[in-house]
Design a protein around this ligand. Structure first.
Ligand code: GLN
Length: 259
């Protein structure tokens, strides 16, 4: 009996030792919008609602490399930059495109992935190429996710030019739902989430013509140059040792990406 008790006690010490070691690590808070598959989305893992995806796994690898515990804060995409600026989160990682405007507010890490703005329409749509959106006399309703580059480009190229209206949704899933229910004529969004949304909703297609190609990077507060350097060091090491390529391959298999 005593032996069993001692064993249980030893096991408990071991467990609490692991927990303590984890608790000792400082936290790094990542802000994201977990409605953007395959970069970040909710999935049940062991019955628990978990944020998974390329960004979630790359962030976990970076934190592991640097000795931090990763905490993911789910928020609206448009709130991420401000949350970085005000220190509410340590970094923003959300398939976020590097733009000159955003660079005025935050610093960006080195690039870890590429995105392309594409156009989703219903099968048989009158819109068959990107140019149809900018043609003289065009008057379409374009669905976008608020504050994304898709929103910015469509606002400048279409709405400001009097060539249509831009309807802004809180996330990509809502914009796609608006297309399914004919509230908008098309959705402009990043290519990988576009593929996931089209696979999940019958009767939608992605147009062959691409709109804009972009670089994704991690947003960090201007004054936190120490973290920026560390993150870049981690990105470099984790790219060189194959960790990041393997995470991307897991979510975007190469033969699929080539399609
Ligand atoms: N890449 C786009 C942007 O940075 C969309 C990102 C997103 O919706 N998560 O604006």
């Amino acid at each position: 009996m005593k032996k069993i008790f001692a064993l249980i006690l030893a096991a408990l010490f071991c467990l609490s030792g692991i927990a303590l070691a984890d608790a000792d690590k400082p936290e790094l808070h990542m802000g994201t919008n977990a409605n953007f598959p395959p970069y970040e989305y909710h999935e049940y893992v062991d019955d628990a609602d978990t944020i998974v995806g390329i960004d979630a796994e790359v962030a976990a690898a970076i934190c592991d490399y640097l000795g931090y515990t990763l905490v993911i804060d789910d928020m609206e995409f448009g709130a991420i930059i401000t949350a970085v600026q005000t220190g509410k989160i340590d970094f923003g990682m959300a398939g976020m495109t590097v733009t000159d405007e955003r660079k005025e507010s935050v610093n960006f890490s080195d690039t870890y992935a590429t995105g392309i703005q594409v156009i989703i329409v219903k099968e048989g749509s009158a819109i068959t190429t990107a140019d149809d959106l900018f043609a003289e006399g065009a008057n379409h309703i374009i669905g976008v996710q608020e504050s994304t580059t898709g929103d910015l480009y469509c606002t400048w190229d279409i709405e400001d030019e009097g060539l249509g209206t831009v309807d802004r949704y809180k996330n990509g899933a809502d914009a796609v739902q608006a297309l399914v229910t004919d509230k908008v004529d098309c959705v402009v969004i990043d290519n990988e989430p576009a593929k996931a949304f089209v696979a999940a909703n019958e009767g939608l297609i992605i147009l062959d013509t691409e709109y804009v190609t972009e670089d994704y990077a991690i947003a960090i507060a201007k004054e936190n140059t120490e973290l920026l350097e560390k993150v870049n060091e981690a990105l470099k090491a984790l790219t060189e040792d194959g960790t990041i390529p393997a995470i991307i391959e897991k979510y975007i298999p190469a033969e699929e990406a080539a399609e």
